[in-house]
Design a binder for this molecule. Structure first.
Ligand code: EPU
Length: 441
């Protein structure tokens, strides 16, 4: 298993380009199931989750057409008879649930293995199912699979409330919105997720001939059409990667320029950074606010901050661990509350091993800033927790060993190479070289 060996204490300086967004690319890729014409996506990151999604789509009869550009993916349905997303793939990637709506809308039938929980919490899909049932789908559970049928082969538009205990659902909104594009009549999704990735999916669907308005707001209206065409689309930049790189600049007291940075989608995070004494300034003007060039610098002493994770436009849960790592070095007490996935705190014990002072009570962690972190062997548990540990390792005194970086590889393309290009010291080694990975249990 791959492991990172990080020598801390190097200041980052230079320029990096933010890649295309994983969490946009995944639901964008499944839109190819909605048409028999080719769908082309540009700036798709090269990540394990994306490769898994392409494999799943291959099993669902959607062929990848070779293109000269490695970050461009063209997919085209060549066989619409196989509509079963098997457990083998779904268990490696929960986003497979996004295939449910498009399969049902286009083929009138879908069988998708029910995703289980994961290290960040239970992660139910009841809202996805509620939304699709409201569109007329007949849904049962059989052998761990969600089996869905559209009566007489077509869904019907409906008014749907998609709010849940923790707000709305991002992939649930993508699922219901994409299914409704081919339904008869009009669908209104109330309490829809407002995440920028939903806007990106709606933009592609509209390019394909869908009639969607209101994406990015809590009320989305979709007028069903009879068919969708192929289209080309550039994936939005990854706001979570951008936020992680901002923390990397700040925690190393560095000076980074980020290109292709979706600043408009990062207002809550930018506000917390500003409180902490981290300056994010836009360079030039008049650019697309979702693709800016900005410079990240910070004051010598970080200040404490408070934030609560919330659905967009609130502070994103996917940046909670990285900001916690940053605030471990602030001069004072910070308070972090997790309201999207209240159990998403596996990094707390690992950061503590590096000398962080963290006190967790339920869904809140008090971070008592310390003067320094000290390198230690730590274990990555989920994608964003791993990013938090890498950040901590870059700031710590001495050597940090991050085990199980396959979690990190699911969402960050060649992170170590990119960070090394701006001054970090991170080596990827096989853990056998270090005497094996610590065991769980
Ligand atoms: N929820 C329900 N019922 C549902 C669906 C969700 O109760 O049917 C709850 C969840 O348990 C959670 C909240 O609603 O408490 C929000 O979950 P959501 O459905 O929005 O999450 P998701 O769509 O499955 C996406 C991202 C996650 C990100 C969340 C929240 C992708 C592929 N995944 O998941 O990204 O944390 O939205 O913003 O887009 C990551 O990239 O590390 C990651 C976990």
């Amino acid at each position: 298993m791959d492991t990172f060996v990080i020598e801390g204490g190097r200041r980052l300086s230079g320029s990096l380009r933010v890649n295309g967004s994983k969490n946009a690319a995944l639901p964008l890729l499944v839109c190819s199931l909605l048409t028999d014409q080719p769908v082309t996506l540009k700036d798709v990151p090269d990540l394990a989750d994306i490769r898994n999604m392409v494999r799943l789509l291959g099993e669902l009869g959607c062929e990848r057409i070779t293109t000269p550009e490695p970050t461009t993916l063209t997919l085209k349905v060549h066989d619409a008879t196989q509509s079963h997303a098997r457990y083998d793939i779904v268990r490696t990637m929960r986003a497979s649930i996004s295939a449910l709506g498009p399969l049902l809308a286009r083929r009138g039938y879908a069988r998708v293995s029910m995703p289980g929980g994961c290290s960040i919490g239970e992660r139910p899909v009841d809202l996805h199912l509620r939304g699709l049932r409201a569109l007329g789908a007949d849904i049962t559970l059989n052998g761990g699979d969600i089996v869905a049928r559209a009566p007489r082969g077509r869904l019907q538009g409906a008014k749907i409330f998609l709010g849940g205990q923790f707000g709305s659902t991002v992939l649930g909104t993508a699922n219901v919105m994409s299914a409704a594009t081919l339904a008869t009549g009009t669908t209104i999704i109330e309490s829809a997720a407002c995440e920028p990735e939903i806007v990106d999916v709606a933009n592609l669907l509209n390019r394909m001939g869908a009639r969607i308005t209101g994406a990015g707001s809590p009320r989305i209206t979709i007028q069903g059409v009879d068919r969708l065409n192929g289209a080309e689309h550039v994936v939005m930049p990854d706001r979570i990667e951008a936020g992680t790189l901002m923390c990397a600049a700040a925690i190393t007291n560095g000076d980074l320029v980020l290109e292709n940075c979706p600043l408009d989608a990062l207002m809550a995070a930018r506000e917390v950074l500003s409180t902490a004494g981290v300056h994010v300034s836009e360079m030039g003007s008049g650019a697309d606010p979702m693709r800016t060039t900005c410079r990240v610098t910070c004051e010598r002493v970080l200040r404490p901050a408070e934030f609560t994770t919330q659905p967009h436009p609130g502070f994103p849960t996917d940046l909670q661990a990285q900001f916690m790592a940053l605030l471990t070095l602030a001069d004072g007490n910070s308070i972090i509350t997790e309201r999207v996935f209240p159990e998403r705190f596996l990094h707390v014990a690992e950061l503590s091993r590096m000398g962080a002072h963290l006190l967790r009570q339920g869904a809140t962690v008090v971070v008592q800033g310390v003067r320094k972190l000290v390198g230690a062997p730590v274990m990555a548990s989920d994608l964003r927790a791993s990013a938090g540990l890498v950040l901590a390792g870059m700031a710590a005194q001495g050597t940090t060993i991050v085990h199980r970086v396959y979690h990190l590889d699911r969402g960050y393309e060649k992170l170590e190479d990119r960070l090394c290009a701006v001054g970090a010291s991170i080596r990827r080694v096989d853990d056998k070289e270090l005497g094996g990975s610590p065991t769980e249990g």
